[in-house]
Design a protein around this ligand. Structure first.
Ligand code: CA
Ligand code: CA
Ligand code: CA
Length: 218
C-alpha cells in the first residue's frame, strides 16, 4: 500500500511538472512575407542573413498578439541585426539606442556599437556575424543570433503588444536595425499545491489504507 501511495503522489508531481512547459504562441522567419499582426511590412534581404523585418531607424514596429493561452510569463527570442556605424555611448554621434517594450513597459533598452565591444551598454557580446555583410558597405555590421538568449518577463493578459524601436539614431544609411527569427512563448510555473491540500490528499489515502487493513482483519 505504501508503494501505491508513493506511486500516486509521484504521478501527481510528474503531471504538475509537465504542465509547466512553455507554449510557442508565435514565430516568424520572414521568409514568406509578414502578416497584419505587424505594424510594418518592410522586408529586407541579404545573402548572409536571409529575409528579415526591417531595416528601421528611429521607428517603432509593433507585433500585436491576441487570444493568448493562460500564462504568467512571456519569453521573446529573436535575432538582432545592426547595420552600419552604430556609435554606442559616443555622445558626438550618439548615443545609439535600440530597445523593446511589452504593453508599454520597457523590457530592455541598450546602446549598441559596431566599432567597440566596450563603448556600449549592450550586455551580449556573442555576435555570430561581424563584417560588411549588408547595409552600406562602408561600415561593419553585426548579427546577434537569439539576442541575449531572449528576454522573459511577467505577463498575464490574453493580448500582448511587443514594440521594437530605435532612438537617437542618425540617418538610415548611417545606422539601422532589423529583426529575424522571432519566437514568442508563454509559460505558467507549476501550480504549488497548498500544504492543506497535500495533507487531505495524504489522509485520504491513509484512511483508504486503514479501512483496507481493518477489512482484512475481520
Ligand atoms: Ca529570415
Ligand atoms: Ca553612426
Ligand atoms: Ca549614431
Amino acid at each position: 500500500m505504501m508503494k501505491l501511495i508513493f506511486l500516486v503522489i509521484a504521478s501527481a508531481i510528474l503531471i504538475i511538472i509537465n504542465s509547466a512547459q512553455a507554449t510557442l504562441i508565435y514565430s516568424n522567419d520572414f521568409e514568406n512575407g509578414v502578416g497584419s499582426e505587424w505594424s510594418s511590412s518592410r522586408i529586407g534581404y541579404d545573402d548572409d542573413t536571409s529575409h528579415f523585418l526591417g531595416n528601421f531607424g528611429n521607428d517603432t514596429v509593433t507585433l500585436s498578439l491576441e487570444g493568448l493561452p493562460a500564462h504568467d510569463t512571456i519569453t521573446v527570442n529573436f535575432d538582432l541585426i545592426l547595420w552600419d556605424s552604430w556609435d554606442g555611448e559616443n555622445t558626438r554621434w550618439g548615443k545609439d539606442y535600440q530597445g523593446l517594450e511589452a504593453d508599454n513597459t520597457q523590457v530592455y533598452e541598450y546602446t549598441f556599437s559596431n566599432f567597440s565591444q566596450t563603448n556600449q551598454t549592450n550586455p551580449d557580446l556573442s555576435r555570430q556575424l561581424y563584417g560588411k555583410f549588408g547595409g552600406t558597405q562602408h561600415w561593419q555590421d553585426s548579427l546577434y543570433e537569439n539576442y541575449n538568449d531572449g528576454f522573459t518577463f511577467d505577463h498575464t493578459g490574453s493580448s500582448l503588444t511587443l514594440s521594437f524601436y530605435g532612438r537617437h539614431l542618425q540617418s538610415l544609411g548611417d545606422e539601422s536595425w532589423a529583426i529575424d527569427n522571432i519566437r514568442v512563448s508563454s509559460s505558467s510555473p507549476a501550480p504549488v499545491p497548498e500544504p492543506a491540500t497535500m495533507l487531505l490528499f495524504g489522509t485520504g489515502l491513509t484512511g483508504l489504507a486503514g479501512s483496507r487493513m481493518r477489512r482484512k482483519k475481520r
